[in-house]
Design a protein around this ligand. Structure first.
Ligand SMILES: [Zn+2]
Length: 285
């Protein structure tokens, strides 16, 4: 080799190294906030692999993203609201990786709704069961994608009901609140909170007109109670694309968006996936 060849190669080498660094940086730029409680999210280091390793939590595939160190990976795990407290684990190549789920007391909320939304008749119950079966595979679908997407607020408004509240409808205990409610006038445009693919649209008994967005690797958004749906199944979305407008279809006491975020089929607090923003969102409590 000519003694100058190494100097000629140096800029190329530098560009290559910079390229690798920038690529690695871009894929770990966004990640959620963590909170190891039911309805929360944990990030667990998985160690070194040349390919993204396959991780599972309660048989559901888990979102995996690159860690800071080259060839190192981390799992982003959604913790279901019904997860028992204490030790839990995911598996990677059949090896357990442990974490601890801490106690958290969500406040209670009392709401008054129409009687048929608390005591559905047999026909309505059959419809609810059908719709639950329709949604289950959408929540459990795992589409290969890279890393964690960047999230934005789907709309600006008062938070009328935070995630996780113990709910009493007309005095009767029901499931805890599995999403975040943002109140806004009927007709307010709703934006896709992150890039993804529309995997289901419909008009459901409790959720009203709804749009499911698959953000990849088992990370799913459900946007509910819409007045109008502006997207179709299979449509590709960027964060900020309008998917429809605020309404009060289904079981709703006023016009608002109910936004569910699901990770490995666990409904988690949407506040954890949003960027840390100032208090202009109006945390009404
Ligand atoms: Zn809600």
């Amino acid at each position: 080799m000519n003694k100058y060849a190494i100097f000629r190669m140096f800029p190329l080498l530098l560009i290559t190294l910079l390229g690798v660094a920038v690529t690695a940086h871009a894929s770990i730029k966004h990640k959620p906030n963590t909170n190891a409680i039911p309805g929360g999210i944990v990030i667990l280091p998985l160690g070194e692999y040349h390919q993204p390793p396959k991780a599972f939590f309660a048989k559901q595939p888990v979102l995996v993203m690159p860690a800071k160190q080259p060839d190192h990976w981390q799992a982003v795990v959604g913790i279901p609201l019904r997860q028992p407290l204490g030790e839990a684990f995911i598996t990677v190549n059949d090896q357990p990786i442990h974490f601890v789920v801490n106690a958290h007391e969500y406040p209670s909320q009392h709401l008054t709704v129409q009687r048929h939304h608390v005591h559905p008749n047999p026909e309505q119950l059959a419809r609810i069961r059908r719709e639950t079966q329709q949604m289950q595979p959408v929540y459990r679908h795992y589409r290969r994608s890279e890393g964690w997407p960047e999230f934005i607020w789907p709309l600006h408004g008062r938070i009328s009901s935070p995630f996780g509240f113990q709910r009493f409808f007309n005095g009767e205990a029901r499931n805890p609140h599995s999403g975040l409610d943002i109140a806004a006038p009927t007709g307010t445009p709703i934006q896709a909170p992150a890039a993804g693919i529309v995997t289901l649209t419909g008009d459901f008994y409790f959720n009203g007109k709804s749009v499911f967005i698959d953000h990849g690797q088992g990370l799913i958004s459900m946007m509910c109670h819409l007045d109008r749906i502006d997207v179709q199944d299979g449509q590709t979305l960027q964060a900020g694309d309008v998917i429809g407008t605020v309404g009060q279809t289904g079981r709703a006491t006023g016009p608002h968006l109910h936004w569910t975020v699901s990770l490995n089929d666990a409904r988690v607090d949407p506040m954890l996936v949003l960027p840390n923003t100032p208090t202009d969102q109006g945390h009404a409590r």
